[in-house]
Design a binder for this molecule. Structure first.
Ligand code: AMP
Length: 279
């Protein structure tokens, strides 16, 4: 497995692979890998014949009071997991390599970045789009794999790729969960044992909504209220949003008669957790 820190060397390797007729998959991550990431790697391995994983904790997608400084890191553990997953190259640049002095460009996706996490994390998706666009130009993949746990991120990237005619297939992978249902996340590391129990309220909220709909409930407000009450009945929880919206446009839905997305963001202690389900 190659470990590459310089942009130019990554581009040279990808160029060579492309000249040799290989299909390149790319899995962008911020490291501290868990089974969710490993599943993305499995899909990437399956769909391409050269697999690149990137590890970069991207400062531009964190707000000033967010967890950039304390975001968990474990490079050695990540490289071991990457090797076992059959990764051919890990691209792990420094911040200076990605954002040298004088950097001044932006990639803006306008509308769908305004909703859900875009409301409570202003600037977050601008950080995501610029870094993903750069990583695509550096790793030159045919395919890129993203998790559905970060539903809005996946939607924003699909929009960017479509709008800018990037010649890359974007593949979404269903959320990988712990045995008890908690969506795997690097941020779960922040949870104390008591908070870990309360964190289950997100999945319980999704299940409750599913059950209500099965029983015939179609009023979005009624479902959202029940989900909020369930979550707030758990200690240490603070709701950022509970939203039922159109799965593509991400605009609010009042009455459920077609497919819709239930998306949650909840702070549990210091960890801001998200989860979602298509209803
Ligand atoms: P991160 O390292 O958290 O930025 O995530 C890197 C990629 O892994 C993103 O595409 C995430 O959506 C995806 N991912 C994170 N957690 C999960 C999960 N539990 N199941 C599936 N994909 C995930």
């Amino acid at each position: 497995m190659e470990i590459i820190k310089k942009i130019e060397l990554m581009q040279e390797l990808s160029d060579k692979w492309r000249r040799d007729g290989h299909i390149i998959s790319c899995v962008p991550t911020m490291g501290f890998l868990h089974q969710g990431h490993v599943e993305l790697l499995r899909v990437g391995r399956d769909k391409g014949d050269r697999l690149i994983m990137t590890i970069f904790v991207n400062p531009t997608q964190f707000g000033p009071h967010e967890d950039y400084e304390r975001y968990p890191r474990d490079t050695e553990g990540d490289l071991d997991k990457a090797r076992s997953a059959g990764v051919d190259a890990v691209f792990m640049p420094t911040v200076e390599e990605m954002y040298p002095d004088g950097f001044q460009s932006a990639v803006t996706v306008n509308t769908i970045t305004q909703y859900l996490c875009g409301k409570s994390r202003p600037g977050h998706f601008a950080g995501v789009t610029i870094v993903v666009a750069k990583l695509f130009n550096i790793t030159k993949p045919h395919l890129a794999i993203f998790g559905e746990k970060d539903y809005q991120q996946l939607a924003v990237i699909r929009q960017m790729v479509r709008d800018l005619n990037m010649d890359i297939d974007i593949i979404g992978v269903p959320t990988v969960r712990e045995q008890d249902g908690l969506a795997m996340s690097s941020r779960n590391k922040y949870l104390s044992p008591e908070e870990r129990l309360s964190a289950l309220s997100l999945k319980k909220g999704l299940d409750l909504a599913k059950a209500m709909i099965k029983d015939g409930e179609k009023d979005s407000a009624t479902i959202k209220t029940a989900v909020r009450e369930l979550i707030l009945a758990h200690p240490f929880t603070e709701i950022d949003y509970v939203t039922i919206c159109d799965p593509e446009k991400l605009t609010d839905i009042e009455h459920l008669d077609g497919p819709s997305l239930l998306a949650l963001a909840v702070k549990v202690g210091k960890a801001r957790l998200i989860d979602n389900i298509i209803l």
